[in-house]
Design a protein around this ligand. Structure first.
Ligand SMILES: [Zn+2]
Length: 308
């Protein structure tokens, strides 16, 4: 039988789904969407998807018999607060947060989970340490108090697989895909993998790249090694990827590469416009301009500084 808290959390989830449109009409605050995947009596995955304005970014809560383990922690404060409320409603202790990579849309909201230890692989811990303050400065300039002023720190570096409450967790480091470093968290007993920003679903991706080949290679690797796994993703809805998501992501990257290389004088606005024109119905549209901005402000100047 469901405990009262658990029942509340479930009712809450249903309310989130049902009431989002009407609540949004009454106030400027929108609601995240929760989808629940019950794998068996030992394991349920709750995926919290932020609204479009927060890039449909996903946090996943893995519920074991006695614990909760979270993957990533949202971007805007208001959605992190909603996520915290949902986690509290499940009525089990949040054991830890696994951070998939250092991009701010995945950790800014962790200030709402200040007492929960953050775990990440060493490369990601290092990147976070180096870049957290820069991310805060840049994003607060744009969004002010809606985003955190507190950098997150990794409390525990992941060195090997671990078992929590009977569930085995394994970690795989992926280099040079959407981020310089990214972790796949996987639960081999269930053939479930949290691939986060390697893959989007019906959504744009952060595509600022000079070289797209490595990300494409990683997607081929996913296609080969994870074809019969359930893949949970970083941006988009549903938060579990459908069968075509990898192929669609590969085609999306081919398009992005073509646009990035189409004209060496293409500016930020034109790049954004070209991508939105190619994919007018994809979600997480704010990621397009962030990608164009990053390409023009960071990557292009870096390229121009390289000796010929
Ligand atoms: Zn992301």
């Amino acid at each position: 039988m469901l405990s009262f808290n658990r029942l509340l959390a479930r009712i809450g989830a249903v309310l989130v789904v049902v009431s989002s449109a009407s609540v949004a009409a009454q106030s400027s605050q929108m609601l995240g969407h929760v989808s629940i995947t019950e794998l068996d009596k030992q394991l349920t995955i709750h995926s919290f998807t932020a609204p479009e304005e927060s890039e449909l970014v996903n946090s996943h809560i893995i519920e074991t018999p006695n614990r909760l383990i979270m993957i990533d922690g949202q971007f805007f404060r208001d959605y992190a607060k909603q996520l915290r409320g949902y986690v509290d409603g499940l009525g089990k202790p949040l054991d830890r947060v696994y951070l998939s990579h250092q991009h701010p849309d995945h950790w800014f909201g962790l200030e709402m989970f200040a007492e929960t230890p953050i775990y990440a692989q060493a490369e990601i811990a290092k990147e976070l340490e180096a870049k957290a303050n820069m991310f805060i400065k840049v994003r607060r300039k744009e969004f002010g108090e809606r985003v955190t002023a507190t950098p997150a720190h990794v409390d525990n570096v992941i060195t090997s697989a671990t078992t929590i409450d009977g569930i085995k967790f394994e970690f795989e480091l992926v280099k040079d895909a959407e981020a310089d470093y990214q972790t796949i968290v996987r639960l081999p007993q269930y053939k479930v993998a949290f691939v986060q920003d390697l893959l989007s679903n019906n959504a744009h991706a952060f595509f600022a790249k000079l070289d797209f080949s490595s990300w494409q290679t990683q997607l081929n690797y996913l296609q080969t090694h994870y074809s019969d796994w359930r893949l949970f993703i970083g941006h988009g809805f549903p938060a579990e990827a459908d069968a075509d998501a990898i192929t669609q992501q590969q085609q999306y990257l081919e398009t992005a590469e073509r646009i990035v290389n189409s004209d060496e004088n293409i500016d930020q606005a034109a790049m954004t416009e070209a991508m939105l024109k190619e994919y007018p119905s994809l979600g997480a549209a704010p990621l397009v301009d962030i990608s164009s901005m990053f390409f023009h402000k960071i990557l292009k100047p870096r390229l121009e500084q390289q000796p010929q």
